[in-house]
Design a protein around this ligand. Structure first.
Ligand code: LM2
Ligand code: CA
Length: 492
């Protein structure tokens, strides 16, 4: 299913990467609901490996499942249930990250819920999975048993990704265990799922598993609602496996989007803002209704996955990052996901971040909760991009204008563009190295508007720039290239 099941007037999915369940519950009530967010992508809720060396409690341990017990670094099952209920009551949907292609890498130990596991004997008794439940030499013919060549679709699906023990998803028993896990989350009230490593699973196996899933819980959803599924496929072109191999099953992550948008806003390779006029399908991306879009994600913000440091924008490039997110939320293409990060010290050597493994803010490996400062930002190393005014106000812009067509496109031929969404909202960007001062058709009814980028529109007082739209719909738009933010946005 391709609908995220947003409540009316809600917009955008925020990935609260590595947050604790108790913090997410509070965030739904105090922030995400009131600010019109549609939903939250949560980190994998199942039991995972605990890694102490060579990296101490890295974030990536959660991509090594030990069982489907709901006990993870983010909290236990009771906290997870409480979160789903409170978020649904606040009108905010929850989508879990599903790691179902594989279990752990090599080694043995106890998982986050204390369950024993042994990758050498392929033993995961807390599921239980045993050696017959994994792909072996009969289906994977590489020397190492790992994926060696992405031009060979068979090994991409049947061999081990990074040595991670590869589940035999063609087997009825394995499909059943995976579906039971997902159905448990559906019964709890989740609205859908991000599916990890989809390139590494056969479309037919996924179709079988999805067909076993229940309808969403009728306590929170209309009857016969199907789970919203967005599938992680990194398709930058040039490989036999394509994102479109999976669009009949649900939405697919469009990794070209963040790379290309980053290149445009950085002005790489002669790119211009003007070229964004037909961004999306016109640039060879997935059909809008099939596409899940984002500026950065938890992988490519630290050099994992796809994109590259020279292209992808993150919170570390804040001025360009806010522009990119604003464009994404204003422009009619795809389902929007916003990243919410924690900070870490980047240390790039030879093109690789030596600190790319660092986990969330923690005390001895226990993830810290997220303190909220008086100015609405977060403390203790949590970046909380979704609490930056320029970003959350654009969520409201998206919510208000999402059903309106793109109108009144204007550009100066280069790095200045503007457009409206019907007669509801208008946005203008100046990415030149000089001032912008033009009079433009906004499409909006005459009146006095408050720029939601430079300030806040309170009751009768605007702390941002004031913009006057005349009876002809036109307004003078002045944007300095040296301002904190070089774009303005107004809405009815
Ligand atoms: C994903 N999408 O398809 C996730 O978005 C990505 O974050 C996951 O990789 C990957 N697939 C597997 O679920 C991350 C991380 C890897 C890490 C794996 C497993 O990017 O670096 O691999 O999780 O934790 C780590 C080590 C790697 C090692 C592997 C197995 O970095 O060197 O390979 O564990 O022990 C021998
Ligand atoms: Ca596989």
């Amino acid at each position: 299913n391709k609908s995220p099941h947003c409540h009316n007037g809600r917009f955008g999915i925020v990935h609260l990467f590595e947050w604790r369940w108790a913090d997410i519950a509070a965030e739904c009530e105090r922030w995400l609901g009131p600010k019109n967010f549609c939903g939250v992508q949560i980190s994998p809720p199942n039991e995972h490996r605990i890694i102490d060396s060579p990296d101490y409690r890295p974030w990536y341990q959660r991509y090594q499942p030990v069982s489907y017990k709901l006990d993870s670094r983010s909290g236990n099952e009771q906290e997870l249930r409480d979160m789903v209920e409170r978020c649904n009551k606040a009108g905010v949907r929850i989508y879990a990250d599903l790691v179902i292609n594989h279990m752990t890498g090599g080694g043995q130990g106890q998982g986050s819920s204390g369950s024993y596991w042994n990758a050498d004997s392929l033993s995961y008794p807390a599921v239980p999975f045993g050696s017959g439940d994994f792909n072996g030499r009969d289906v994977c013919n590489t020397g190492s048993g790992n994926i060696e060549n992405y031009n060979d679709a068979n090994q991409v699906r049947n061999c081990r990704l990074l040595g991670l023990r590869d589940l035999r998803l063609g087997k009825d028993y394995v499909r059943g265990k995976v579906a039971d896990y997902i159905n448990n989350l559906i019964d709890m009230g989740m609205a859908g799922f991000r599916v990890d490593a989809v390139k590494h699973m056969w479309p037919g196996d996924l179709q079988n598993i999805y067909s076993r899933l229940k309808n969403l819980n009728s306590r929170y959803f209309l009857s016969n609602s199907r789970p919203f599924i967005f599938q992680e496929v990194i398709d930058m072109g040039g490989e036999p496996i394509k994102g479109t191999d999976y669009t009949h099953l649900g939405q697919v992550t469009e990794f070209k989007y963040g790379k290309e948008l980053g290149d445009v806003i950085r002005k790489n390779n002669g790119q211009r803002l003007r070229y964004l006029r037909n961004f999306g399908e016109g640039w060879g991306m997935l059909r809008s209704g099939d596409s899940l879009v984002f500026v950065d994600n938890h992988d490519n913000q630290r050099g994992h996955g796809a994109g590259g440091y020279g292209s992808i924008l993150t919170h570390a490039d804040s001025k360009m990052y806010k522009m990119a997110n604003a464009f994404m939320m204003a422009f009619p293409y795809g389902t929007v996901r916003i990243m919410s990060s924690y900070s870490w010290q980047r240390n790039i050597q030879g093109g690789k971040d030596k600190n790319d493994w660092i986990g969330p803010p923690s005390n001895g490996g226990n993830t810290k909760s997220v303190p909220i400062n008086a100015d609405n930002t977060c403390g203790d190393g949590w970046v909380c991009e979704h609490r930056w005014r320029q970003i959350y106000n654009m969520v409201s812009f998206g919510a208000k204008s999402q059903n309106e067509p793109l109108r009144n496109w204007w550009d100066n031929g280069w790095q200045q563009v503007a457009f409206s969404r019907g007669n509801k909202a208008f946005i203008a960007f100046n990415n030149e190295d000089r001032e912008m001062d033009v009079t433009l058709q906004t499409g909006l009814p005459a009146g006095t508007y408050c720029d939601i980028v430079s300030g806040q529109n309170g009751k009768g007082n605007c702390s941002g720039k004031t913009i006057y739209v005349g009876n002809d719909g036109r307004a003078r738009i002045q944007i300095s290239n040296r301002a904190d933010d070089s774009f303005i946005a107004i809405m009815v």
